[in-house]
Design a protein around this ligand. Structure first.
Ligand SMILES: Cc1cc2nc3c(=O)[nH]c(=O)nc-3n(C[C@H](O)[C@H](O)[C@H](O)COP(=O)(O)OP(=O)(O)OC[C@H]3O[C@@H](n4cnc5c(N)ncnc54)[C@H](O)[C@@H]3O)c2cc1C
Length: 388
């Protein structure tokens, strides 16, 4: 078993780090404070290939593995967890379009998303269907060669500033559950789409989050992803990778916070010595690094399982997302604590990392829902043995 990154992965990491340090890190605090969605920088990331990292090359992506993706995303997130997280949501939407659309859409839409020319949003959550997304109510009614969408979505990342929406809607009867859901790629400026106000949030301020209402929105049947009734499966397949990406964004934030904390322990003196001399703080730093490395190894293992098409990949992705987002949030919080009062003020980035990472425990399935996924699967015969 070889845990070393390959030469290619080291090169991707260098390229992502150089880009993030130049184009993202110097501006992240301003984007957060002024609520700027840095579309031009995201498009520059697209020029580097980072808007279609695991989208197949045939549709304009880089065609890389989920493990390669995690190596790249960690570097972007170390500079700005919020912007990196939006880039990962865009990657997820792009992959879904490239993977599940018909040949026309694969040619017309997927390459423009993979290049970052068109940005995407993933529209699953509704006011009455969050964790229980299988009971969503947005309706897609077939009418000749098109579907007509009615309903609303909440908490949609990037909404109002993106060009393509991947929308999960009910084509089956009310109460038909997950099997009555289909997925569509919908131009974001279609007639009948209305956007709510940008939500005021604790973090993730470098990307807008809005409600979307669909009022008799006509979508060509050609824009359906997969077959009728496959939409929930497609949404969940997107989320396997999405959860690894969000977990990776937490790792990037935690790695940056750990380095800041280590540096500060050498610089700051109290009681006539550097903080680094206090064993209580040394132990804190040791635990932070230990938990971060554990999180990274879990995420990379889950990414490897997903790349291999392992039967338990979903379970591994859920475990990794739960563990990494919890552990890395604590790393950032402890790094803030190590900075004392300075950790709490905006001159230092620690409070921003804490605010940005908090939502990773909530979205793309809350960490309670991750436990539900893991527990349900583990109670099946043979699964507890299969994770060995
Ligand atoms: C900033 C932000 C960006 C987002 N971006 C997107 C996006 O781009 N696209 C999108 O579709 N969605 C997005 N979301 C929505 C997000 O995925 C949901 O908020 C999340 O899935 C939880 O749904 P909910 O808020 O309705 O909470 P609820 O489902 O109402 O849950 C409330 C609480 O109950 C717990 N709970 C619920 N059911 C159970 C259960 N069975 N067992 C134990 N505990 C349970 C939950 O874990 C949670 O703690 C975003 C959310 C935020 C805050």
């Amino acid at each position: 078993m070889n845990f070393d990154l390959t030469e290619d992965q080291l090169a991707f990491r260098e390229a992502a780090r150089a880009f993030a340090e130049k184009a993202m890190a110097p501006h992240a605090a301003k984007w957060d404070a002024e609520h700027v969605f840095p579309v031009e920088v995201i498009r520059e990331a697209g020029e580097m290939g980072f808007c279609g990292i695991y989208t197949p090359e045939a549709q304009g992506g880089m065609g890389l593995s989920r493990l390669d993706t995690s190596v790249i995303v960690e570097e972007l997130a170390a500079a700005c967890p919020s912007t990196a997280a939006y880039i990962t949501i865009h990657n997820m939407a792009t992959w879904m379009v490239a993977q599940f659309s018909n040949a026309d859409i694969q040619q017309q839409i997927a390459p423009k998303m993979a290049s970052g020319e068109w940005l995407g949003s993933y529209c699953l959550t509704e006011p009455g269907a969050g964790s229980d997304a299988g009971n969503l109510r947005t309706k897609a009614t077939r009418d000749g060669d098109s579907y007509v969408l009615n309903g609303s979505k909440v908490f949609i990342s990037g909404a109002g500033a993106t060009q393509m929406l991947v929308v999960m809607a009910r084509t089956g009867e009310p109460g038909s559950g997950p099997k009555g859901i289909s997925a569509f790629v919908v131009p974001a400026d279609s007639d009948g789409i209305h956007y709510g106000k940008a939500e005021e949030k604790m973090g993730w301020n470098s990307q807008p989050t809005r409600q979307i209402t669909f009022e008799n929105v006509r979508v060509p049947a050609n824009n359906r992803l997969g077959e009728e009734g496959q939409g929930f499966m497609i949404a969940m397949k997107g989320l396997d990778g999405g959860r690894l990406n969000i977990a990776t964004c937490s790792m990037g934030g935690a790695q940056a916070a750990l380095l800041r904390a280590r540096n500060y322990m050498h610089e700051r003196e109290q009681f006539g010595q550097a903080l680094a001399g206090f064993q209580a703080l040394q132990f804190k730093l040791a635990d932070m690094a230990t938990n971060l490395v554990a999180a990274r190894q879990m995420v990379r293992l889950a990414a490897y399982r997903l790349d291999q098409g392992d039967a338990e990949a979903t379970l591994h992705c859920a475990m990794a997302k739960r563990f990494a987002t919890d552990a890395c949030f604590e790393v950032c919080n402890e790094a803030l604590q190590l900075h004392g009062g300075y950790g709490y003020i905006r001159e230092y980035p620690l409070e921003r990392y804490v605010r940005d990472l908090r939502v990773h425990q909530i979205l793309e399935g809350t960490n309670e829902i991750m436990r539900l996924i893991v527990a349900r699967r583990l109670l099946e015969p043979g699964v507890a043995e299969a994770i060995q």
